[in-house]
Design a protein around this ligand. Structure first.
Ligand code: F6P
Ligand code: MG
Length: 448
């Protein structure tokens, strides 16, 4: 039998502060965003106010610990099969214990929450809201404040591109660079708007971006399977790397630095990136966020201070060219915004067939890791291979790059969890177990 999921009423689970503090802050942010949109366009007043009322009702439902209702499967905006899937899970969960906001399983309810937001927007009689991304303002503004991190990486990219062109990178140097760029993409995951929710300052952003932050964090990578992932890539005739993306903006930018290097160097011929179809966990990448990033990099009014910078121009034109030539392909699939964990990919015929074409599938970020491992109480020494269940023998080569922002962590050597609980307490934190949700530690886990 599998271990139990993490529940929202467990004070030692990060679910607890999430449901009590972070979700309300995120919903209040949604209300503020709608108000701003109304301010810009008065014809949205009455439809916007209706939406605000439904968001306020949700805040009350959290407070009064209301029972979570099944979705109306005839709702517009999400395919019926997807809603039926959520409802089927809810029925199953209700059999064990009636699911309420403050006591239900964390991962299920968090997915339900973002699907609920999406359906609310679609329920409006004003079509403006149907495809409106309620997190877009936040995504854009945070990326705008990432110019220091962006330019630092454009310069690194320019330097590496020069070295590739002059044939200066021997096999060892090449491997070191690839590893460095894996780290860039890994720590890019630290810029997460659902964690920074609310009041993000430019200093907060800088503190998690850039070479200095990466160097400081190197020792905090608790599991690092880079060597096996590298050996796998080199042994297969690699053609294609896939990214199951996480956050848009700076994290996506770091993923693209890695992607461009892999293409420039001829390591692979094609990069496929997988996005979410609906606004998801605040900052996750939708196809339109990829397009936005491509435009923002060449928009003189976006990173004003970087306008005309040679390294930025070089990166931006390379990215555009690869995209135009079909060497970077953008995909999305409704599976990524269901509540299903990723063991189910093997039963998702079209998606499974697509992923099978890949030589390495990089799963970015925390939520993807929670879904890879089912977000259940695995002992922290459980091998990654065990925790990903059916995926272990699926033939999909999986590399997870994850900064730890939730409870579930696997693959740790004996004693490390206990040690970190003490360390985290000695840093002045009341709940030592929250080390694994602090975003300060990371894992790089691979399964062939
Ligand atoms: O709200 C909780 C959570 O799922 C955490 O696991 C994590 O902090 C965040 O949301 C999403 O993180 P990421 O963008 O890395 O998937
Ligand atoms: Mg995310």
């Amino acid at each position: 039998m599998l271990p139990l999921p993490y529940y929202n009423d467990d004070p030692k689970s990060f679910a607890y502060p999430t449901v009590h503090n972070r979700w309300p802050t995120i919903i209040e942010g949604c209300i503020e965003d709608i108000k701003k949109e109304i301010d810009n366009n008065s014809t949205l007043q009455s439809s916007g106010e209706k939406l605000i009322d439904s968001f306020k009702q949700l805040l009350d439902d959290f407070k009064s610990d209301k029972v979570v209702e099944p979705f109306d499967e005839t709702s517009k905006g999400t395919p019926k099969e997807i809603l039926a899937r959520y409802n089927k899970s809810l029925r199953r969960l209700n059999e064990m214990k009636k699911v309420t906001w403050l006591t239900g399983p964390w991962l299920y309810l968090e997915c339900y929450l973002y699907q609920w937001i999406h359906l609310q927007m679609w329920s409006s009689d004003e079509s403006h809201w149907h495809t409106y991304d309620i997190f877009e303002r936040l995504k854009t503004e945070t990326f705008r404040q990432s110019s220091d991190g962006v330019i630092e990486l454009c310069k690194l990219y320019q330097k590496l591109n020069g070295e590739i062109n002059t044939g200066n990178l021997d096999e060892d140097a090449f491997k070191l660079v690839f590893k460095e760029l894996i780290d860039v993409s890994l720590w890019g995951n630290a810029t997460d708007l659902s964690l920074l929710a609310g009041n993000v300052t430019a200093d907060d952003i800088k503190s998690v971006q850039g070479a200095e932050a990466r160097k400081k964090n190197e020792k905090n990578i608790l599991v690092n399977d880079f060597e096996s992932a590298w050996a796998h890539l080199k042994s297969s005739k690699s053609q294609r790397i896939d990214f199951v993306l996480d956050n848009s903006g700076f994290e996506l930018f770091t993923d693209l630095v890695l992607a461009l290097f892999a293409l420039d160097s001829g390591l692979v011929q094609e990069i496929d990136i997988h996005c979410k179809e609906i606004p998801w966990f605040v900052s996750d990448t939708m196809p339109k966020d990829f397009d936005a990033l491509v435009s923002q990099l060449e928009d003189p009014s976006f990173f004003k201070e970087l306008h005309g910078d040679e390294a930025l121009t070089k990166f931006s034109s390379a990215l555009k060219k690869y995209y135009k030539d079909g060497k970077i392909r953008v995909q999305s699939h409704p599976f990524w915004t269901t509540d299903a964990n990723f063991w189910d990919i093997v039963r998702e015929d079209d998606l499974f067939a697509e992923l099978k074409k890949s030589d390495l599938i990089i799963f970015k970020g925390d939520l993807n890791y929670r879904k890879l491992t089912g977000d259940i109480h695995w002992d922290k020494t459980t091998p990654f291979r065990t925790a990903i269940q059916d995926l272990a023998t699926s033939g999909l080569p999986i590399l997870s790059l994850r900064t730890c922002k939730a409870d579930v962590v696997v693959g740790l050597p004996q004693g490390v969890d206990e040690q970190l609980i003490e360390t985290y307490k000695s840093m002045g934190n009341e709940v030592g177990e929250f080390w694994s949700s602090s975003g300060k530690w990371a894992v790089v886990s691979f399964n062939k």
